[in-house]
Write a protein that binds this ligand. Sequence first.
Ligand code: SAH
Length: 389
Amino acid sequence: MPNPSLYDMTLADVEALMRGWGQPPFRARQIYRQLYINLADSPASMTDLPLALRERLLAEVPLGGLRLVRTQQSADGLTRKALFALPDGAVVETVLMLYADRATACVSTQAGCAMGCVFCATAKLGLLRNLSPGEIVEQAIWASRELRAWQGTGDRGQGTGTDDPQDDGGRWMADSPTPVQQLSRISNLVFMGMGEPLANYERWWAAVQRLHDPQGFNMGARSMTVSTVGLAQGIRRLADEGMPINLAISLHAPDDALRSELMPINDRFPITDLLDAAREYIEKTGRRVSFEYVLLQGRNDQPHQALALAKLLRGHTADGANRGVPLLCHVNLIPWNPIPGAPLGRSEYKRILAFQQVLMDYGVACTVRVERGVEIAAACGQLAGSMQN
Ligand code: SAH
């Protein structure tokens, strides 16, 4: 791990640093405010601090650990991807998705990934290393700065400038590229970038707490979603945290044989164990979980597989009897995004809809994920840090 940066520090850590430097206690709060509310990109711009302190910060403590190498954006400008280099040379990617009324950042928790899912580009890298809390936090800050810059450009976000309350300049349109809301920072955060968050639990959780901290970034727990490959012990641990962040579990197959082919982790946590952990999570938290299901042509997208999935989630046991309790859940179908060299195909859209219909007919809530960023390889499972080699 590189030197801790300011983004690696809690408010208490910054307070200790200031004490050590003989500064008055309120300096720490000023710095924290600069980092998480003003989104300062350098101590040099923290102009409420004395010059000597700014200079000392600049000289002695890195602000962050990520160096922006490149940004790319989709043709409509609404999906933006950043490639960052870490001090030790590893790279990670972050995606910002802009909507009329919200902005979602998708952040990475590891450089590479050890889980080996056959359909995912990140898996091809293997695990390079865990990200520090600061390296995770900083991605959300980058996305917020990027959002702020976008909102500040041209005539976006300000409508027509008339006083007529009926004249909304078309800003109400759900798919309008023009923001209806001016946001001070990203509104949603998904831990669905590179890596497996629950395999880097402590650092990832420290990042969640940092971003949640009402004295700083103040992101609501319900606005954050973690996606896991299905590490049962991590799901149980999360259930005990008592913080209502959203949980998404990558399921991708209705039976162990197929799931193990697609996701090697299934050998360690087969479907029964995983669903037991999910049930415990639901019981403890009272919250609904999402199951992600990526659709691969001819592999897991057949109607009988949809039915098997529906039965599983409605509480049928392995012998087919309906004795169990339905899981409080929702299924999110993800059209597979192509990655180079994978001998897999993307399901035709009509097959995806048929799959969805079977689930819904069985009483399982189900949506199809709206795609973003395929053309800049920023969509689900396409993040691989294209500068890696
Ligand atoms: N490690 C976490 C986060 C992965 S990315 C997890 O396994 O859940 C978020 C989602 O995208 C996961 O459900 C993942 O399985 C899925 N995914 C991976 N590669 C994909 C691809 N090429 N196309 C579509 N979805 C993909």
